[in-house]
Design a protein around this ligand. Structure first.
Ligand SMILES: Cc1cc2nc3c(=O)[nH]c(=O)nc-3n(C[C@H](O)[C@H](O)[C@H](O)COP(=O)(O)OP(=O)(O)OC[C@H]3O[C@@H](n4cnc5c(N)ncnc54)[C@H](O)[C@@H]3O)c2cc1C
Length: 332
């Protein structure tokens, strides 16, 4: 059976509805490349959307052997129905051994639909992936992120998984891009019946949380909504955006869309500054993909210090304004 399956590894990239690549796309190549090497097979990248030629070339240059592009006006606001139809058709034509889909809001919705249509298993929200005896070995968190479990789907073809954002290295985008291969797909009325009439941006100014280079996350240590001024000022001094813990969003101090963690958003900035954040496991899963984590907390035993690259023990109301003033002075 294995000998018939030589379609390689297929990873799916993601663009926003303006056709710009989401950072998870590069993580998908980072996740898929080692699997393709272990299998001795190629790595194909699929990008679907509208007006995505430029994005596809950029993504292809990050280490894909094949670049499959479904560039179709009808996919501008990619709905789950349409994504399901496209990915199912691509898989049926390509016959890949492994398929990886971003574990984003969109991917989590359409990947299980594709798996169901194909009658195969799906390992969801994986934080680790490897190949053993030509089978996918997927590691995924359970019990609110406290424990990790290993999932195998023996005999299932393709072997499908969604990738937890922030869990894999982003592939660097400086190679030679393979020639884009436009893929014709058929979309029927039923698959296009959901139409996006309008996209309304949530308020709060943190729409870029997932792609920000710098995120300053505020926790319950801030004590009240009004104190978030110190977090906003530090974020502004660094050209970053504000995030929050669930304790904060539950209290209504910040809008829900700023919540980072297991039941919030996943961030992968170069720098994450945790201000008055204890470091609960449900928060850590949302920040673990950050390059550097700086923690400011008055409790030297706070769990956040275990994951932090740099820690400052002290009162945030003294430290954060001083840090902001230093940064402003250094930047003139
Ligand atoms: C199913 C489930 C899902 C969850 N999902 C999420 C999620 O997505 N995201 C999330 O964040 N949480 C989530 N939680 C909640 C999580 O378990 C924690 O309760 C929460 O992250 C704690 O938020 P915090 O760090 O702001 O508050 P706390 O744990 O109360 O920590 C506040 C910290 O501030 C410090 N501090 C206080 N005053 C000062 C000061 N003056 N100067 C410096 N430091 C100070 C304290 O030492 C303390 O460490 C979830 C929980 C469950 C059960």
């Amino acid at each position: 059976m294995m000998a018939e399956q030589n379609g390689g590894v297929l990873v799916v990239g993601e663009v926003d509805n303006a056709g710009a690549l989401r950072p998870i796309s590069f993580e998908m190549i980072g996740a898929g490349r080692p699997l393709a090497e272990s299998l001795g097979q190629g790595l194909a990248v699929l990008l679907m959307g509208s007006g995505i030629g430029e994005a596809a070339r950029t993504l292809g240059a990050a280490g894909a052997n094949r670049l499959l592009v479904v560039d179709d006006e009808r996919l501008r606001d990619l709905t789950s129905e349409a994504a399901t139809a496209v990915l199912t058709q691509v898989i049926q034509n390509l016959n890949p051994t492994v398929v990886l889909v971003p574990g984003t809001t969109a991917g989590r919705d359409y990947a299980p639909r594709v798996a169901a249509r194909l009658g195969v298993g799906l390992a969801a929200d994986c934080v680790g992936l490897a190949i053993e005896e030509e089978e996918l070995v997927a590691v995924r968190p359970i019990l609110g992120g406290r424990v990790q479990t290993v999932v195998r789907m023996p005999g299932s073809r393709p072997q499908m998984a969604t990738v937890h954002p922030g869990s894999f290295e982003k592939a660097a985008g400086d190679g030679a891009a393979p020639e884009p291969e436009p893929v014709p797909v058929e979309l029927n009325e039923a698959e296009l019946r959901v139409r996006v009439r309008e996209t309304v941006q949530g308020g709060g100014g943190s729409a870029d949380l997932e792609s920000a280079d710098v995120v300053v996350g505020g926790g319950r240590g801030l004590k009240e909504a009004a104190s978030f001024g110190v977090v906003e000022e530090l974020a502004a001094a660094l050209g970053g955006v504000v995030g929050a813990t669930r304790a904060v969003t539950d209290a209504g101090w910040r809008p829900h869309h700023e919540q980072i963690g297991q039941t919030g958003r996943t961030v992968t900035p170069r720098l994450y500054i945790a201000v008055g954040v204890s470091g609960a496991v449900q928060h850590l899963v949302g920040i673990q993909g950050s390059d550097y984590i700086v923690a400011i907390n008055r409790d030297p035993d706070a769990p956040i210090f275990k994951i932090a690259s740099f820690g400052i023990v002290g009162d945030l109301f003294e430290i954060v304004p001083a840090l902001t003033a230093e940064l402003k002075a250094a930047r003139g």
